[in-house]
Design a protein around this ligand. Structure first.
Ligand SMILES: [Zn+2]
Length: 327
């Protein structure tokens, strides 16, 4: 399979540069976005089509598949862009394959009078003055993008001011308790721990944290890990107390007191660590899932707005002016 570096180099030779995980550039006057979704590549041409019209994409697909290049697999009309799926083969240089595909698509569009998009992707009015990576690489008015990103930033900042560690922590404690419920019930009703239920503790803590507007930052996962560990200790304590209750014929409260004394001995701590190893492992899986979710949702909308602003560039004449992309 083609490495990212090889693809990046091939596209750079064509004046199509990387911005984040996509590549953008101008081809024969069309603003083009290239995305990679293994094993395919998607070439998006910014146009203005009636999204209900299927005939154009269909006829272009038929034309491209019949002729050169063989790498083109399909075309879909998405209204503000024509999306073509291509695949690359190893034998021919990637740059040649991309350029053949881009040429074929641009020609097919021009022969049907589907010209490069002439209206702003934000306001829909004519005479766009810039190009911007906003839902694909598209013509826009610089002022429109600035207005939209400013609004997003203000809204995000207002949202962020409402977030706090304190409310998040309270939410996470409540969530962790909810997550502990099934484990507690299984201990109280069946006198045993179902290890798999432990994964619920960090997941519910994470849910509570977000629900109570916990601040979005790396510290959120630390709070969730600490609460989950506290949950394991609490449950293990209860499980040991119940086993003492049965073995020694005590009622629950004296059994808990007995457990507390027992756990403060070195043997007790060792036994507890050993017993809770599987629970900790299962919980780690839950923590990992919670972490992945938080990492995805902790995205700061302000930095996303900044990324959109960063890709904003005045419309230029030629297709080979990618210098700004290297910045
Ligand atoms: Zn506009």
């Amino acid at each position: 399979m083609a490495t990212n570096q090889a693809i990046s180099n091939a596209l750079a030779r064509l004046g199509i540069g990387a911005v984040g995980s996509v590549y953008i550039g101008v081809w024969d006057g069309y603003a083009v976005t290239v995305r990679h979704g293994a094993p395919y590549y998607y070439l998006d041409f910014a146009v203005r089509l009636d999204p209900r019209d299927r005939s154009i994409a269909k006829s272009i697909r038929a034309e491209l598949k019949a002729g050169q290049p063989k790498t083109i697999l399909g075309c879909v009309n998405r209204g503000d862009h024509l999306k073509c799926t291509i695949t690359l083969e190893k034998k021919t240089p990637y740059a040649d394959q991309f350029s053949a595909a881009l040429d074929a698509i641009a020609q097919a569009l021009r022969s049907r009078d589907v010209l490069p998009a002439q209206t702003c992707a934000v306001c829909g009015r004519e005479h766009p003055d810039s190009l911007c990576l906003i839902d694909g690489y598209q013509p826009v008015h610089a002022a429109c993008v600035q207005a939209v990103t400013e609004t997003t930033k203000h809204a995000a900042e207002a949202d962020e001011r409402k977030e706090s560690y304190l409310t998040g922590f309270i939410g996470a404690v409540i969530g962790a308790f909810i997550g502990l419920e099934p484990c507690l019930l299984s201990i109280l009703l069946f006198d045993r721990i179902y290890t798999v239920l432990f994964a619920l503790v960090p997941l519910c803590a994470m849910w509570g944290y977000r629900r109570f507007r916990g601040k979005r930052s790396g510290a959120s996962i630390v709070i969730i890990i600490l609460l989950s560990l506290a949950g394991v200790v609490l449950l293990e304590f209860l499980a040991v107390a119940i086993s003492f209750k049965q073995e020694l014929g005590l009622t629950l409260v004296p059994a808990m007191r007995y457990t507390l004394n027992y756990l403060f001995t070195r043997v007790g701590v060792g036994v507890m660590l050993q017993e809770s190893l599987t629970e900790l492992l299962v919980m780690a899986i839950g923590i990992f899932v919670a972490w992945a979710f938080l990492a995805q949702n902790n995205h700061n909308p302000v930095s996303q707005a900044n990324a959109v602003r960063h890709s904003l560039h005045p419309i230029y004449g030629g297709k080979d002016d990618p210098e700004w992309l290297e910045k």
